[in-house]
Design a protein around this ligand. Structure first.
Ligand code: GLN
Length: 283
C-alpha cells in the first residue's frame, strides 16, 4: 500500500486484494479500536503508517485463510464475547442449536442445581453459554488439551462465570460421577474429508478424530449411561450426514426419545437421547 491512505482507500485496496467487505471492516476496526459505524463516518481520515502496516499484515493473514476470530482474538457466541486463540476451535453459530436444546433440557430438569458436563469444551463456549443462561447449573467442562483449558479458564474468569475445568480424555476424569445433562461438540470430521485443509489454522484434534469421523462420538456415547442420572439427556453435535449413525449409537447405548435437530441452515446438526427415567416405586 502507498503512503497516507485514507480509511476509504485502505478498505478499497483490501477488497481489491480479495477480502470480504465485512472482514475488511472488522480488521481495520480492530487496528483502530473503532466500530464499523465509526469507520464509515470517518472514511476520509488518513491512517498512520503504523496502522497501515498493521492492517496490511492482517489482510495478508486473512487472505491466506486464517480465521478472522484468531486475527481479532475474539468471537461472539450466544451473546458472550469469548477470547479465542489457535489452541481452540473457533465457536460456530451452528453450535448455538446445541445450546438452545440444552437450555430446554435444563428447563425440564427437576434438579434445582443441575449438574452439567461439557465434553471437549475448547474455548468453553457451550459450558459458559449454559452457565450464563442457567446460573444455578454446576457446570463441569473437560478437554484433553491443556492449552485449550487455559483459554477456557481465562474466558470463565473474565466473564465471571465459574466452571469446573478438568483435563480429561472424554469421561476419564469424572469416573464415578453422575450428571443431569451432558453436551458435546466433539471432533467429527472424517480424516480424509476434503473440507479439512480449508480448516488448517484450527487445531486438527478439535476437528477430526481421524478415521470415519465418529470415534470421538462413540467414546462420548458409549460411556455416557454410566455417568448420567435417570432422565438425563445427552446432546451431541455432528456433521450434516452423521445423524443416522449417531442415532444408532445412542439407541445401542440404551438411550430413549432419540432425535435430531437442525442448524440455522436446516442441516442435521445435533442428535440427543434421554436416559430411562427412574421407574416410580409402587406404593
Ligand atoms: N462444524 C465444524 C466445521 O465443519 C467442525 C466442528 C467440529 O468438528 N466439532 O467446520
Amino acid at each position: 500500500m502507498s503512503a497516507d491512505l485514507t480509511i476509504a482507500q485502505a478498505l478499497r485496496q483490501a477488497l481489491q486484494a480479495g477480502l470480504d467487505r465485512v472482514d475488511a471492516h472488522l480488521l481495520l476496526g480492530h487496528v483502530l479500536q473503532r466500530d464499523r459505524s465509526w469507520l464509515i463516518a470517518h472514511d476520509n481520515e488518513t491512517l498512520s503508517p503504523a496502522d497501515q502496516t498493521r492492517f496490511v499484515g492482517l489482510v495478508h493473514r486473512r487472505l491466506t485463510g486464517e480465521p478472522v476470530a484468531y486475527l481479532l482474538g475474539e468471537r461472539e457466541f450466544h451473546g458472550l464475547t469469548l477470547q479465542v486463540s489457535p489452541a481452540v476451535l473457533v465457536p460456530r453459530p451452528d453450535t448455538e442449536t446445541l445450546v438452545e436444546w440444552a437450555l430446554e433440557c435444563l428447563g425440564a430438569c427437576p434438579a434445582p442445581q443441575p449438574r452439567v458436563i461439557d465434553l471437549g469444551t475448547g474455548s468453553g463456549a457451550i459450558a459458559l453459554a449454559l452457565r450464563h443462561r442457567w446460573p444455578t447449573a454446576k457446570v463441569t467442562a473437560l478437554d484433553a488439551s491443556p492449552p485449550a483449558l487455559a483459554v477456557a479458564a481465562a474466558n470463565a474468569q473474565r466473564l465471571g462465570l465459574p466452571l469446573r475445568l478438568l483435563h480429561s480424555d472424554w469421561w476419564q476424569a469424572v469416573a464415578g460421577e453422575t450428571f443431569d445433562l451432558a453436551v458435546s461438540n466433539p471432533p467429527y470430521i472424517a480424516g480424509d474429508d476434503p473440507h479439512l485443509p480449508t480448516l488448517r489454522h484450527e487445531p486438527r484434534q478439535a476437528l477430526t478424530p481421524e478415521g470415519d469421523g465418529l470415534d470421538a462420538i462413540r467414546a462420548v456415547v458409549s460411556a455416557a449411561p454410566a455417568h448420567l442420572a435417570p432422565g438425563a439427556w445427552l446432546l451431541v453435535e455432528h456433521g450434516w450426514d452423521q445423524a443416522q449413525a449417531v442415532q444408532a449409537l445412542l439407541r445401542q447405548a440404551g438411550f430413549q426419545s432419540v432425535q435430531t435437530r437442525q442448524d440455522l441452515a436446516g442441516r442435521d446438526r445435533c442428535t440427543g437421547g434421554q436416559c430411562a427415567p427412574q421407574i416410580a416405586r409402587q406404593p
